[in-house]
Structures are given as C-alpha cells and as structure tokens.
Design a protein around this ligand. Structure first.
Ligand code: SAM
Length: 290
C-alpha cells in the first residue's frame, strides 16, 4: 500500500493532468488534489469532471489568462495564511502554453514554496514517439496567427539544427503545414502527432510535403489536437568535420586536376587555399614517392 502523503501547508502544487486518457493521472497527483485546500483551475467545469472521475469534491477557483493578474493577491494571501493550493490547467502541464506563470513567479518573489507534480505533457509525449533527435529540441508552442508574423518566425528558425516542436489546433493545421513547407522545404523530416492518448491517436511521419499531402487528402487528419515535431536543419559544421581535410583532398585529387581539387577542398573545409595547396603538394609528393 502506498503511504498517504499529507500536503504541506502554504505551498503551491503545480499538478499535471491527463491530455486525453484519464488513466495517465498519477497516483501522487490524485493524492495532492484530494488534500489541498483549493484548486486553481483554468476551466472549473473541466476540472470538476476530472474530480468527479476521482470521486473527489474540492473547492475550485477559476484561474485563466483573463483573470490571472487580478487573482494573484488573493491567492498569495491564502498561501501566506498557510493554505495549500493546487494549480491545474485543462490538460497536461500548467504553464506549458497554459496559464500559471504569473502565479509561480509571484510565489518565488514571496518565498512561497512551489512543488511540481509532474505528469503528462503533449510536448514530451510527441517528442518521445516522433522518431526524431531529442538530445536538443526547441519548443515554439503556437505559431503566430498572422501570416506575415508566422512567416517571419519560421524564416528565423529555418537554419536551426535542433528538433523543433509546435502546438496546433484543428482550425489551422493545413495552413501551418503549408507555411512550414514554404519555410523549411518539402523534404524536411517531421512527425505530426494527433490526439495523443485518445481514441483517434495518429502519428504521420515522413517529409513535410508528404504529411501536408496526407492531411489535405483526408479530412479526419485535420480533426483534433496536434503536436508538430520537425527535424532540425542539417548541420554543415558536423558534416565538414566528419570527413578530414586529408581524406577529402585525397579523394578530390583522384578525380580532378590539382588546382580544381584545391579550390573545392578549400571551399568545403573553410581552410585557406595556400594551406590546402601545400597539403595537396605533400599528398602528391607522397604518391610520387610510392
Ligand atoms: N499544457 C498542455 C501540455 O502540457 O501539453 C498544452 C496546452 S495547449 C493550450 C493545448 C495544445 O497542446 C493543443 O492545441 C495541442 O497542440 C497540444 N495538445 C494537447 N493535448 C494533445 C493531445 N492529446 N494530442 C496532441 N496534441 C495535444
């Protein structure tokens, strides 16, 4: 049997909730929600459904982007008075493209303890199954709605070598995919993760152009919630150092006259032509001496 943890007084718990499958709510999250004095929820109706599923009835207070600043003072006063509060959003981890940042920042400023209760997030769920590098990634959340602002942002990301992650809703998925193809080219590898952990969960993996075609061809693929994971731009720096200058030059000398081989090797390696020329002469000399 798990030991029941009693919640700490005067503490803000940032609690992750399911992104679809209710079974993904952790046992600890359920315990914390059962034990707090108040739950600050993005949408109280939605959180009440979750509480009903857990057989709980706790006091709820709406905390969303439109009233967050106005409610800060009252929430901090309750925390300072020793009450424990859980912060939840509609789905996933609060603050990740969701409300909560002003409250967490204010708690830090006031010396109120903030405790994470980690769990589902569409960002991490999508990355973990996308089949694209995860050692470095860049979360961009929702793209700007205005076409020009979106195009500018995507242009600034076109050369980024990290995996890129975007959130998108059903209304704009086609438009967003078109904008991505426009900025990154149709060949860039990507995965479109739809309705994760839900009945119609789908992963479309391939080149951006193929994913766009698949989404345009099937109306069902445009329904629901999406995470778009896009492979980073190829790293020329890495490619350059994967082949040593000697090996590159040797291969080029077999195919091209010396001057041409030197020019190409200098351009690809970024080395000075004089140095590459000297190296080429040395290599030729070695072969003459064979
Ligand atoms: N805080 C949430 C989290 O941790 O994932 C994200 C909240 S944000 C307002 C909602 C967006 O998250 C959706 O538009 C979609 O891009 C993504 N999302 C949430 N649930 C999802 C799911 N089950 N499948 C795919 N994407 C999802």
């Amino acid at each position: 049997m798990t030991k029941r943890l009693s919640n700490e007084a005067g503490c803000l718990y940032v609690v992750a909730t399911p992104i679809g499958n209710l079974g993904d709510l952790s046992g600890r999250a359920a315990e914390v929600l059962a034990g707090v004095d108040l739950i600050a929820a993005e949408d109280t109706r939605r959180t009440r459904q979750l509480l009903r599923h857990l057989g709980l009835d706790r006091p709820l207070l709406a905390l969303h982007e439109h009233n967050e600043q106005a409610r800060l003072g009252a929430l901090l006063q309750r925390l300072r008075g020793g009450e424990s509060i859980a912060l939840v959003s509609d789905a996933g981890t609060p603050l990740i493209s969701d409300p909560g940042f002003p409250l967490v920042r204010a708690c830090h400023a006031e010396g109120v303890r903030v405790v994470p209760v980690p769990g589902p997030s569409a960002l991490i769920a999508a990355l973990s199954v996308a089949g694209l590098p995860t050692d470095r990634f860049r979360f961009e959340g929702f793209l700007p709605r205005r076409a020009s602002a979106r195009a500018d942002l995507l242009k600034s990301l076109a050369a980024a070598t990290e995996t890129l992650v975007f959130y998108e809703s059903s209304h704009r998925i086609g438009e967003t995919l078109e904008a991505l193809v426009g900025a990154f080219g149709s060949e860039r590898p990507a995965t479109l993760a739809r309705e994760l952990t839900k009945l119609h969960e789908t992963l479309l993996s391939g080149a951006l152009g193929e994913i766009l075609a698949a989404v345009e061809a099937d109306e069902n693929q445009r329904k629901g919630e999406f995470v778009l994971v896009v492979g980073g731009a190829p790293s020329h720096e890495v490619d350059r150092f994967e082949v040593g200058l000697d090996a590159l030059l040797e291969a080029l000398l077999e195919e091209l006259p010396l001057k041409r081989a030197v020019a190409v090797a200098a351009r690809l390696s970024g080395e000075k032509k004089n140095r590459v020329y000297q190296l080429a002469l040395n290599l030729k000399g070695e072969h003459l001496g064979d």
